[in-house]
Design a protein around this ligand. Structure first.
Ligand SMILES: *[C@@H]1O[C@H](CO)[C@@H](O)[C@H](O)[C@H]1NC(C)=O
Length: 356
């Protein structure tokens, strides 16, 4: 099994954030950090990492190739707070794959949480995965406060830097959020023809695009011309197929960062890492069938109200929005759609939960 650590190519910054990720918040280095508007969650202790049961081994079907060109590369973020979602997502991908042994997972993390890594290993003993540290200092100064605190975590921004972080021999990548389950063969999404586009994702042209940006944006004579000669539509960055070579060559990381710098000066939007993606790419992506991102199952960003499914075939269910199925199931007030997530839940409640 491949398992390696990636360190920043900038030694000083890398070292700095290594300290930030290992020190307690009361230390001087971390205290300095809290002078910015971004707060790290408290470092987790053993008690914070849930316990999971071991997933079965998933084996390739007879038709599967076994060379490097047959690999399917999937990137996801990894941290203790969303671990239960990550586990369910991984299980769902493997379970519906014809060639599960060909799927390689690339996990990005900000804080070094050994229990999280060992938890992945013990839950999926046969999983082909690599872990990469995302240097949060790269993005901390660029994050502006959004309408939901969870969206402001540096790890949410890691998707912008994936092409820099992953090895150059990875030419194509599927990025997946941690609050979703795949209910179809990921190979179908992987094989999608991007034509000349850098990114493919389901796009939603009936959503009112105006609402993703503030009046300050639309009333600014220069900014409001951003989408000229484009037909911009909303797309969700939780499910994306990315041509990594085109992303690198086109310097898309810089392009997305550029808008985050502008956002710091002129408040153009209220969501987190999504709007800068829209500014760069909306109207210029390869649309994928909506079945690949039935999003918004977590409800809205404020209350996380229950929502029902949109009609039509479904290959992927996504609990974007405030409500997360594992939290709503635990609270014993689940939404109907949460019962579709439950079969993928590998969480093993502690024994005393059942006793008494
Ligand atoms: C979209 O929303 C804006 C602002 O809320 C509104 O002015 C506009 O009429 C809406 N457009 C459509 C097509 O509904």
């Amino acid at each position: 099994m491949a398992f390696f650590w990636s360190f920043s190519s900038v030694p000083l910054l890398g070292l700095l954030s290594l300290f930030l990720t290992t020190l307690q918040p009361s230390s001087s280095a971390a205290a300095h950090l809290t002078t910015t508007s971004i707060r790290f969650r408290k470092p987790s202790t053993t008690a914070d990492v849930p316990v999971f049961r071991e997933a079965p081994a998933f084996r390739n079907g007879e038709t599967c190739g076994s060379s490097t060109v047959d690999r399917i590369h999937v990137a996801m973020t990894l941290d203790a707070s969303y671990l239960r979602g990550t586990m369910a997502a991984v299980l769902s991908v493997l379970q519906h794959s014809t060639c599960p042994e060909n799927v390689v997972f690339h996990f990005l993390y900000v804080r070094n949480e050994p229990q999280v890594f060992s938890s992945i290993k013990s839950t999926f003993p046969y999983l082909n995965f690599k872990t990469y540290r995302f240097d949060a200092t790269r993005v901390l100064s660029l994050i502006s406060k959004s309408i939901r605190q969870a969206l402001d975590q540096p790890l949410n921004y890691a998707r912008i830097y994936i092409a820099d972080i992953l090895p150059a021999n990875i030419k194509r990548l599927i990025y997946l959020d941690s609050d979703l389950v795949m209910v179809d063969d990921i190979a179908k999404l992987w094989g999608f023809d991007l034509n000349d586009k850098v990114l493919a994702a389901p796009e939603y042209c009936r959503a009112n695009f105006t609402n993703y940006f503030t009046d300050a944006f639309w009333s600014d004579p220069v900014l409001s011309r951003t989408f000229e000669r484009r037909k911009p539509c909303y797309f969700n960055t939780g499910v994306m197929v990315v041509d990594m070579d085109k992303w690198r060559k086109g310097k898309y990381t810089r392009k997305v960062e550029y808008w985050m710098v502008v956002q710091k000066q002129k408040r153009m939007y209220q969501l987190g890492s999504l709007p800068p993606f829209l500014l760069v790419l909306a109207g210029n992506i390869k649309p994928v069938h909506h079945r690949w991102n039935q999003h918004g199952l977590g409800g809205d960003n404020i209350e996380g109200k229950c929502r029902s499914l949109h009609p039509g075939p479904i290959s992927l269910l996504h609990w974007s929005g405030k409500g997360k199925p594992w939290l709503r199931l635990d609270s014993r007030k689940p939404c109907n759609v949460d019962h579709l997530w439950a079969p993928y839940d590998l969480y093993r409640p502690s024994r005393h939960f059942f006793e008494e």
